[in-house]
Design a protein. Structure first.
Length: 284
């Protein structure tokens, strides 16, 4: 199944049978003090530098989140999307829990953006899914609802089913729904990664939709996070994940290697092209 997103000049297909699509995560102020300050001060040169760096590292899509306490999110997201879209040519993922901010972003975002996100709460589905229908754009569906994040795969699958069926009732095609099975840290629960993998299996077997991950959450609070993130990405890609919100600078090489090993890179051309553009550093 293919989910299509686009900028004014570039179309990206998130494909269950294709290589993993990388959504650059850096334009998100959570835990990033410099970005928080830049957004408050409307220092968009810094935001643009983050966008360019991520695209150069291999990001196919850029996530844009401006959720900083004390700013006008509706005004800020319109400004940031406008400057980012003017600086890079990849599609944009509009990242906000605010219906008003998402609507404002859709009104200025060129091409066919991705919305991040809707969830299984009634209020979320009532607010976001009509926008998905109106603008004919894809959306990421988070497997949580009024009761929080379910503790096992079947319960998360039930939330995914609710989102997909509600979307269908509004006339939204299934390819416009990307399910996020949610990733929690194994530092708090050693079964957390297994639950995510179980959810991926259940959703892909029943619906065959694209699967998104916030992959780096799995290692939060643990040493050598990079190794854990690499291992987890490989497992999830094998299970059926087709896109991930991640740090392209740190994980693009792992993703290119996994795609090659999965037979998703004809003649290794993407792998070779990536390493020609980003030769490994000589530690000697």
């Amino acid at each position: 199944m293919k989910t299509t997103v686009a900028s004014e000049s570039v179309t990206v297909s998130i494909d269950t049978e294709g290589p993993l699509t990388m959504i650059g995560e850096k334009i998100n102020p959570t835990g990033r003090k410099r970005l928080q300050a830049a957004l408050k001060e409307r220092d968009y040169d810094y935001v643009v530098s983050l966008a360019i760096t991520q695209v150069e590292a291999g990001a196919d899509i850029l996530d844009v989140n401006v959720g900083v306490p004390g700013i006008d999110e509706v005004a800020a997201i319109k400004e940031v999307i406008t400057v980012v879209a003017g600086a890079v040519n990849v599609p944009i993922c509009i990242d906000s829990p605010s219906h008003e901010a998402v609507a404002a972003a859709l009104s200025v975002c060129p091409g066919r953006p991705l919305i991040n996100s809707v969830n299984g709460e009634e209020a979320s589905m009532k607010a976001i899914l009509p926008l998905v229908k109106e603008y004919d754009v894809p959306v990421i569906g988070l497997t949580l609802d009024e009761d929080g994040i379910p503790v096992d795969g079947p319960a998360r699958f039930a939330v995914a089913r609710k989102i997909i069926e509600r979307a269908a009732s509004l006339g939204i095609p299934i390819e416009n729904i990307i399910i996020d099975p949610l990733v929690l840290t194994v530092g708090a629960d050693s079964n957390a990664a297994r639950v995510t993998l179980d959810t991926i299996r259940l959703v892909t077997e029943e619906y065959g939709v694209n699967i998104n991950l916030g992959a780096s959450n799995v290692s939060f609070g643990l040493p050598d996070r990079h190794t854990l993130n690499q291992a987890f990405l490989g497992l999830t890609m094998g299970a059926g994940a087709s896109c991930a919100i991640t740090d392209a600078a740190k994980l693009a090489s792992t993703i290119r290697a996994a795609d090659l090993l999965r037979g998703r890179d004809a003649h290794g051309m993407r792998y070779i092209k990536y390493f020609r553009a980003h030769p490994p550093k000589d530690d000697g």
